[in-house]
Design a protein around this ligand. Structure first.
Ligand code: THU
Length: 130
């Protein structure tokens, strides 16, 4: 059921610290431990030091004991179907499988479902690094 993830992402978006872009984003992860971990974007006066909602949620998942992303929802109040940025795709991929579902939302619910492989085809992988 993805609606609970949508609601968690929408709730997380309220915590965004986005005074510069005024573009709040929320993310919610259902992890392999069954828990939902959430995050919002956190900007900084030194603009490059800010970060996206997805890594906030990933950090919460790791520190909460979750190891894998089972499914994930992303929402932005000013952009329906806000897609995770390129860097976030790589960060999500670290904890996902090719078939992991990413839900892109609008203000009422999940509007588009994509797999990790659709979001980040031909991703960086090498056996040299493990
Ligand atoms: N943002 C995210 O939080 N996630 C994304 O995948 C796209 C962009 C944030 C970063 C910045 O705080 C604001 O949206 C505008 O780029």
């Amino acid at each position: 059921m993805s609606h609970d993830l949508f609601e968690a992402a929408r709730g997380a978006m309220q915590f965004a610290h986005a005074p510069y872009s005024k573009f709040p984003v929320g993310a919610a992860i259902r992890a392999d431990d069954g828990k939902i971990y959430t995050g919002a974007n956190i900007e900084n006066l030194s603009f490059p030091q800010g970060w996206c909602a997805e890594p906030t949620a990933i950090g919460c998942m790791i520190m909460g004991g979750g190891k894998k992303i089972v499914e994930m929802a992303v929402i932005a109040e000013k952009l329906a179907l806000c897609p995770p940025c390129g860097g976030c795709r790589q960060k999500i991929a670290e904890f996902a499988n090719a078939g992991t579902k990413i839900y892109l939302c609008d203000e009422v619910g999940v509007k588009k479902t994509m797999t990790m492989d659709e979001l980040l085809p031909f991703s960086f992988k090498t056996e040299i690094l493990g």
